[in-house]
Write a new protein. Structure first.
Length: 585
């Protein structure tokens, strides 16, 4: 399946977030970064990762030798009913989740830089492909992802979630950009910190709680027992340091996974002080179902509408007739028992049925909001939506005639009924002209001089969920305006460096007797100013493979190790561990 075929198979509103993998954009150094990290990760994880990990790498078309090609991944994933597509940097959480509902694995197109090999502030192809993809071959794990995607796209996100996402995306782009200045990075960090501070006291949204569940399962999850576990979380599987450090039970507490994990916050900038252990992948789905039942999507009712109001974002309320009202909810009225009697939105609003916008009832028509009663009509023993056109005439409800509807709540709708919108044998919408809507106290809820009154039909709100019903017609997110992956015009010196990386790769793949060529290349690199540690490690490995003395290369690496700090020192430790193992093989 080609990249374009995958894109064409997606819902229209998801397509703007899909990028295309231009394999030529990966430099020879990028390939070396992939190769170094994947070899080291596989070595670290052979005994500590879930047994499916190594089989999953092969089963999803991921090699330790080169950055995966999305077409090769799709050729493997198609066999198990999944697909993969690439995206550019962070995408909105609701969009990311929805891809899973369509059994599509999202893979970041970019790869971390040499300065961020242990930890990258932006999504990258190592984390997404080598971390998440391997476990899709497990039926229970794949079902968990799909189920989370199915209900996860319905969770309600608040304004703070959206603003924080934008700030995180901006910071990740700036931090990974080779062109960014220290001032730009500092400004982006300050913007994110200000956003976090602004919303720190808010009650966590459903979206936030779901992100915690994902964090402690698919990202940083363990499976087994608290005293006998294996790693399956992608964040651990793609981290050289934390995949080892997390095994220290004295420093990292292990807790049996329950729904209570959603109460535990996380810090993406530090290693986790505790991890949760699932019994098995089937256990994940059980936890997910328990969380799903707590959401407004499943509960509905007045309290769920209030959650939508507090969110200050676009959400959808579903009447029991099936009519869907999407917009920013602004008010709700209830009776003495707490049952809904009236709902309002403000700003652009969409009316839909089965996630398809009703003709003529999009955001252009309902540009300033929408309001309608909820509840039973007096003298009717069934919901108004269930009566046929002929049955309605028995109650003096007929198109083209004045109609008075008196609800049990005391709300009265009085006006000229001009049309009834029906679908699947149900009444969804009554349209009135010259209409007045009042409550029992005489308050005017709609006045004739406001124009046409479209009344939603239904006696209760059975579901409230995040986003719009028909996102193709009412998209919440536009295509990201700023790209994460930047095209860099490398100078001649850097191009020469990349040429050395490429020469090493070509000689490594040469099955013939190329020792003399390797020796010449070794002398050339050692005589140059290019002493990047990863290049020297690749050169040392090539020399070892071809039987060429690499003592001088090791000496250069030794000099770097003495002055190295932080991440570079840790990476050199891994490099020397590999070099030392060559002598024992």
């Amino acid at each position: 399946m080609s990249q374009q075929q995958v894109i064409d198979s997606l819902p229209v509103h998801l397509r703007p977030f899909v990028a295309k993998q231009d394999y030529a954009m990966y430099t020879p150094r990028d390939q070396a970064i992939w190769r170094f990290l994947l070899y080291q990760l596989v070595e670290n994880l052979t005994e500590t990762a879930h047994p499916l990990y190594l089989d999953g790498l092969k089963g999803t078309g991921i090699s330790t030798e080169y950055i995966p090609k999305i077409e090769e991944m799709n050729a493997r994933l198609e066999r198990i009913g999944w697909r993969a597509c690439v995206v550019d940097g962070f995408i909105p959480p609701a969009i990311f989740i929805e891809f899973l509902a369509h059994r599509v694995l999202v893979v970041a197109v970019d790869i971390r830089s040499i300065d961020h090999m242990l930890y990258t502030p932006a999504p990258d192809i190592i984390h997404e492909s080598a971390g998440h993809a391997p476990f899709i071959i497990d039926v229970d794990y794949a079902e968990y992802l799909e189920r989370v995607g199915d209900f996860g796209r319905r969770v309600i996100a608040n304004r703070g979630d959206i603003e924080t996402y934008e700030a995180i995306r901006s910071l990740s782009i700036v931090k990974e950009s080779p062109l960014a200045t220290n001032e730009e990075i500092a400004a982006s960090e300050a913007a994110l910190n200000a956003c976090i501070e602004k919303y720190k006291d808010d009650k966590p949204s459903e979206s936030t709680l779901l992100s915690r569940l994902q964090w402690w399962t698919t990202e940083y999850g363990l499976v087994g027992e608290v005293d006998n576990y294996k790693i399956y979380g992608a964040g651990l599987l793609s981290s050289l340091g934390e995949s080892v450090n997390c095994l220290d039970d004295k420093k990292v507490k292990k807790i049996p996974l329950t729904i209570d994990a959603i109460a535990t916050t996380y810090d993406i900038t530090n290693e986790q002080p505790q991890l949760f252990v699932a019994k098995n992948c089937r256990h994940l789905s059980q936890i997910a179902e328990e969380f799903a039942r707590s959401t407004c999507f499943f509960k509905g009712g007045a309290e769920s509408v209030r959650v939508a109001i507090d969110a200050e974002t676009v959400n959808t309320a579903v009447y029991n007739s099936g009519l869907e009202v999407s917009g920013v909810f602004s008010a709700v009225k209830t009776d003495a028992t707490g049952s809904l009697t009236y709902i309002n939105t403000t700003g652009p609003t969409q009316l839909a049925y089965k996630e398809k916008e009703l003709r003529g009832h999009g955001t252009d028509y309902h540009a300033h909001g929408f309001g309608s009663p909820v509840g039973k009509v007096q003298a009717m023993d069934r919901c108004l939506s269930l009566y046929s056109i002929d049955d309605l005439k028995l109650f003096d409800i007929e198109v083209g005639k004045p109609v008075v509807l008196e609800f049990l709540s005391g709300i009265t709708v009085k006006g000229l009924l001009t049309s009834i919108y029906r679908r699947d044998g149900k009444n969804l919408l009554f349209t009135f002209e010259d209409c007045t809507v009042k409550n029992l106290a005489g308050d005017v809820l709609f006045s004739p001089d406001w124009g046409t009154f479209d009344m939603a039909v239904g006696e209760e709100i059975v579901s409230v969920y995040g986003g719009s019903a028909d996102q193709a017609a009412f998209p919440l997110y536009k295509e990201p305006s700023n790209k994460a992956t930047m095209s860099v015009d490398y100078d001649e010196d850097t191009k020469t460096l990349f040429t050395y990386y490429q020469n090493i790769r070509e000689l490594r793949n040469d099955s013939g007797n190329s020792a003399s060529q390797v020796n010449d290349l070794c002398k050339q690199i050692l005589a140059s100013t290019h002493d990047e540690w990863l290049l020297l490690f690749e050169l040392a490995e090539l020399c070892q493979m071809k039987g060429v003395d690499f003592a001088a290369v090791r000496q250069k690496l030794n000099l770097q190790e003495t002055s190295a700090e932080g991440q570079k020192k840790q990476l050199l430790a891994y490099a020397f561990s590999r070099i030392d193992n060559w002598g024992t093989q």
